[in-house]
Design a protein around this ligand. Sequence first.
Ligand code: GLA
Length: 448
Amino acid sequence: MRHPHSRTTRWRVAGALGAGLLCAAGLATPALAAPAPAPAARTASASLDDGLALTPPMGFNNWNSTYCRAEFNEGMVKGIADLFVEKGLKKAGYQYVNLDDCWAQPQRDANGRLVPDPVRFPNGIKAVADYVHAKGLKLGIYTSAGTRTCDSVGLPGALGHEYEDARQFADWGVDYLKYDNCNNQGLDARQRYRTMRDALKATGRPIVYSICEWGENKPWEWAADIGHLWRTTGDIKDNWPSMLSILKQNLPLARYAGPGHWNDPDMLEVGNGGMTDTEYRSHFSLWSVMAAPLLIGTDLRKASQATYDILGNTEVVAVDQDPLGKQGTVVSAAGGRWVVARQMADGSRAVALFNESGTAQRIATSAGAVGLPRADGYAVRDLWQHRTYNSAGTLAATVPAHGTVLLRVKADRHWAAYPPAVETGLDGGLLLTAGTPATVTSTVTDLG
Ligand code: GLA
């Protein structure tokens, strides 16, 4: 500190510039907003309480990239496990390598056991599990709470076979079960999903239990002590309207999510080609703010660097995986300008400024509106730009069409000791004396 007044002086420079020059650049720093509201009360809901899925599951599932095509096979699954390690995704937190529909033969064997498709999985599922486990990863599998799975071929479901099938999965070394809803014979969903919960528990193996009944029976109201996650919607498609529709169905369910029991707005489409990278960044940002499971749904063997950069953004993943486990809620949504904020364990807030519309928009909120305590200044981290800014309370950016600026904001009592919120060039020294004229040049960065 070179001058006793430097704190005040810098504050004024930042405030003035913030109000004037910065609005289009991304983050402005004008007057402080309203006092913070009290933190929202946590929803009390019983959960399985078995220590599993304390943060939303992360991993891979083949469905969105292969459906039942032949390329879904042992080679693919092993290749994904290899890439998880090689490309740093394992280190970033991705753990489960999950098989979806079509891994099984149409008929059970003479003992009523499920048989892996010998073309896709010539060495069986245990061999795949061993391979995946040797890499420090976990294996997931799929079946349906019905007589047959969802694929039109009609592969065996677990209805009436819950205990044998759960035992079989555990013997193979399966760590995660996605339990679908096709061919359910009109039987009560709660009962069907409970039976499999009990069957999995009876194996003694820790198995994450993913309920996939597409939100038909409002599982968020009854499944917290049955499964670790439940689908809230129908299947996602690799296009903008589908992602948007699922987002809007999942956002109002925030209060039902928490450690060990998550809303599941379906698997990621990032990298599959039906949306732009800007749209995929929105998809990934919003799923993270919603504490959604992050299940990669693209064939990583063919993925671009841009796809890896999105999926591997550890600052965004950290939002998803925050141990407090609070799903973000809508702060405002007008004219396609969405503000969705999430309380984080360290007291900060993750704030998504999401532009649903087809043209660039300035989206603005305040530290108070997203629930932060009143403070002289805030540190604002842009999780895609990987840059930190300062603000006196306004959180704003010009967001491109279909884009999201994702911020992590915390009260910062050291704020006044930092340079102004814009990069400035001052004539003379770095500091100004109050009341003395000075020439200021500013560099404005387009954050879009
Ligand atoms: C349902 C599920 C999908 C996928 C398919 C497999 O549609 O919702 O996620 O598992 O079945 O057939």
